[in-house]
Design a protein around this ligand. Structure first.
Ligand code: HEC
Length: 399
């Protein structure tokens, strides 16, 4: 009991931190993508003289701002230079810690689903999930290094990275429980995003600064490489955010072809992001937005549950039938000894008292039985729904 209570707090604090740092990171990242795409060439001769390549006027919070971008670097290094990286590193660290606490500490419950893949031991699944994260970066970085600097390199990189992401999604969904697979795929992309900052963008900026300090002309390859990675990060963002939120939506990760669901929704996210990137540049490419929205509607239609009529009951279920269902489908995990998430369902009183949560988890969110480990049928879900709607009658000791 106490242990799971402490774990809940750890979970809460890490998740809070993760969301805060994630907002700070993605917020500044979106801001700079917007800024870069909104800059106009300076007209004032003194700006051109200083080496300013683009500038912008904005008003925010009651003040007027005039950011200026120098091509490669300004002539002299300013005394105070702000670097953006802690947002990214903290997001990754808190996210990884959360993943460890939630999925790796409880690997047999959350990471593994026997119906998806029979792991020899939880440790093997844990190790595989870590390899999956590292591989994502190694392959992605390899593709960028091999093709990024060639003619039409950007297109080749885009196609190869997309193929790899689809393949990785397929692998994750065939090795891990659906919920964990979606999260892991998102974490793989997010790890690449953070590694882009740590391994490419920041080292490049350090080299630029070092050459300036040494009085040499900075090599323009560093800003080019950094720009390329930061463009990738922008397209990864919406897919990653969906994957991170997906664990609330069992209709997505619980679908039979869940790898395809994730692939299509991530693609929709990237297309919608493309629409906004183009819009910052003053173009209105509605086609991208429409394509993304179309894909989302298509997935929603595809996953729509069979109509209620298929499982309609011709009579209200009896309390005895309800107890029978709960005993077989829920009590293996919710009983006197193991009470997952403080929910016990081994007496009629407990079943009656928890009726609203049962309805929520079994009928609305469909997260229970966890991973449908006990193979609950649609008819049984419908029976529970009908029972709760009828006021959850139960012969308890007091009656
Ligand atoms: C394979 C084990 C397993 C089975 C079977 C199972 N549960 Fe759960 N249940 C869990 C675990 C683990 C949690 C905690 C989930 C979490 O923290 O996300 C949980 C949580 C819950 C919660 C609380 C959810 C919340 O977030 O507040 C309810 C309610 C619940 N289960 C009801 C049921 C019902 C009803 C059934 C049967 C239809 C069922 N469970 C079958 C393992 C199981």
């Amino acid at each position: 009991m106490m242990e799971s209570y402490v774990a809940d707090w750890l979970n809460l604090l890490l998740r809070w931190l993760h969301v805060i740092t994630g907002i700070a990171w993605i917020g500044s990242s979106f801001y700079f993508v917007w800024l870069d795409n909104s800059l106009v060439k300076p007209t004032a001769p003194e700006l051109k003289e200083k080496g300013v390549d683009g500038e912008l006027w904005a008003v925010h919070g009651g003040g007027f701002y005039n950011p200026q971008k120098y091509l490669v670097a300004p002539k002299a290094l300013p005394e105070h230079l702000h670097w953006f990286y802690w947002e990214s590193y903290w997001t990754w660290m808190s996210g990884f810690a959360l993943f460890v606490v939630l999925y790796l500490f409880n690997a047999s419950t959350f990471l593994i689903d026997g119906k998806v893949h029979a792991w020899g031991s939880p440790a093997a699944a844990v190790l595989a999930s870590l390899v999956f994260l590292v591989m994502g970066w190694v392959v992605y970085d390899g593709i960028c290094r091999a093709f990024g600097q060639r003619a039409h390199g950007e297109r080749i990189v885009g196609v190869l990275v997309a193929i790899y992401v689809v393949a990785a999604t397929w692998v994750a969904c065939h090795l891990f429980a659906g919920r964990a697979a979606f999260l892991l795929t998102g974490a793989m992309l997010a790890t690449a995003m953070s590694a882009n900052v740590l391994m490419v963008i920041i080292p490049g900026q350090r080299k630029t600064v070092a050459s300036m300090k040494a009085g040499r002309t900075p090599d323009p390859i560093h800003p080019l490489r950094a720009k390329q990675r930061s463009v990738h990060n922008t397209y990864f963002t919406l897919p990653v955010l969906f994957a991170m939120l997906s664990n609330h939506y069992s209709m997505t990760y619980g679908a039979p072809q869940n790898w395809l669901v994730l692939t299509v929704i991530m693609l929709a996210g990237a297309l919608i992001r493309q629409y906004f990137v183009a819009r910052h540049k003053g173009r209105s490419d509605w086609g991208f937005f429409a394509a993304g929205a179309f894909l989302l509607i298509a997935v929603a239609a595809w996953l729509a549950p069979a109509s209620d009529r298929d499982v309609a009951l011709d009579r209200a279920p009896t309390p005895g039938e309800i107890r029978g269902i709960i005993e077989v489908r829920c009590q293996p995990c919710h009983n006197a000894q193991t009470f997952s998430k403080n929910i016990q369902l081994h007496t009629p009183e407990l079943i009656a008292r928890n009726a609203p949560s049962i309805y929520q988890q079994v009928v609305v969110a469909r997260t229970m039985p966890l991973g449908n480990a006990t193979a609950m049928t649609e008819g049984e879900r419908a029976a529970l729904a009908a029972w709760v709607r009828a006021g959850a009658p139960m012969e308890t000791a007091g009656h």
